[in-house]
Design a protein around this ligand. Structure first.
Ligand code: SF4
Length: 236
């Protein structure tokens, strides 16, 4: 089944007409490749390592869409760049698999670094507990002094799919002015991810990022529990 640009929203007028056909072909090639890889990984067994690889394929697909669409923009450009981090003050949620992966990454940094991260995440959890987007305004624990993400490689979908044509809209209005087409593609990737794992009975209920990662770090059998179809992220 091929993907088409039909039904995309009005701000797709920012796309160059001349490159649309090539863009659609590239999107379909990326989709075909990614789903072939996922199919093979799925067939290889129900292990955490395979799930991590599947997430990597889906993250790479999302990044690839950005690469494909960006050169096709007509007269506008994405304002997102290293150091611009207004969106990193919003409340971010992560899927259980993402919390596990970030926890694994933090563990790989060694005992001392891990202890520091746990202290930071505990302070964050005190702030974030029970807060909704409306009353949440705090820099992400994973952001450094220069506004860069310290877990960029393993950042969750919520961060990956955020891009904007207007950084003032992010800063002043906490609004994401994005290209409809990209939004569509990104939703498709996130939706596919959720459906893929949920179909196997794995919990895909998102929870606030910092609290989820802290829980994943503190729960000794979080990975096994998730693979056994339990939700280790029962955070409110
Ligand atoms: S995880 Fe990284 S990209 Fe996401 S909000 Fe935090 S600092 Fe920003």
């Amino acid at each position: 089944m091929g993907w088409t640009a039909q039904g995309s929203t009005v701000d797709n007028s920012v796309l160059l007409e001349a490159t649309k056909e090539k863009m659609v072909a590239e999107i379909n090639t990326a989709l075909e490749t990614a789903f072939g890889q996922i199919h093979a990984l799925n067939a290889a067994g129900h292990t955490l390592a395979n799930k991590v690889e599947i997430m990597k394929v889906l993250y790479a697909l999302n990044d690839r869409f950005l690469e494909i669409v960006t050169p096709c923009l007509d007269g506008v450009k994405l304002r997102c760049r290293k150091g611009c981090a207004h969106c990193c003050e919003f409340r971010v949620e992560a899927l259980p698999m993402e919390a596990l992966r970030i926890a694994e990454h933090l563990r790989s940094l060694g005992d001392e670094a891990l202890r520091e991260w746990i202290l930071k995440l505990e302070a964050h959890a005190d702030y974030a507990k029970g807060r909704s987007e409306r009353n949440y305004q705090r820099k992400c624990t994973f952001m450094d002094q220069e506004g860069a993400c310290r877990i960029y490689e393993v950042r969750p979908f919520k961060c990956r799919v955020y891009h904007s044509l207007d950084d003032e809209a992010c800063r002043v209005h906490r609004k994401n002015y994005k290209i409809g087409l990209l939004g569509q593609l990104e939703s498709m990737v996130v939706q596919s991810t959720v459906e893929l794992f949920a179909k196997e009975g794995l919990s895909m209920a998102p929870a606030e990022l910092g609290q989820s990662v802290l829980t994943a770090l503190n729960a000794p059998d979080a990975e096994a529990a998730w693979l056994m179809r339990n939700n280790f992220l029962s955070i409110q």
